[in-house]
Design a protein around this ligand. Structure first.
Ligand code: SF4
Ligand SMILES: [Zn+2]
Length: 97
């Protein structure tokens, strides 16, 4: 598997976990967040750009449905700034990408 795809999947996973723990308050992902994670993983795995995959938020195609896109944005808006404290390396790589 392409390294950046593997990294992106790990990052999405962490972002959703942090969001769910903080906003929905459980140790395990809640049903909705688990669904969103599955959705995002499938999009990333099936990405038409393959090796040349851009960051989803900069993607000209954006293959997410409008509802899912809004959900992932909400999660990113919350977790993005907080990730820098918990996972500085990932956050920095994300910013550079
Ligand atoms: S949004 Fe764009 S970059 Fe992200 S998975 Fe879909 S097609 Fe690929
Ligand atoms: Zn949740």
């Amino acid at each position: 598997m392409n390294m950046s795809i593997a990294r992106e999947k790990r990052t999405i996973e962490k972002i959703i976990k942090l969001y769910c723990r903080s906003v929905h308050g459980g140790n395990e992902l809640c049903y909705d967040c688990a669904e969103l994670r599955e959705y995002a993983m499938k999009r990333i795995e099936g990405c038409v750009f393959k090796e040349d995959k851009p960051a989803c938020k900069e993607c000209p195609v954006h293959c997410y449905s409008p509802i899912r896109r809004e959900e992932i944005r909400k999660v990113m808006r919350f977790s993005g700034p907080r990730m820098i404290f918990r996972h500085p390396v990932i956050a920095i790589m994300h910013a550079i990408k």
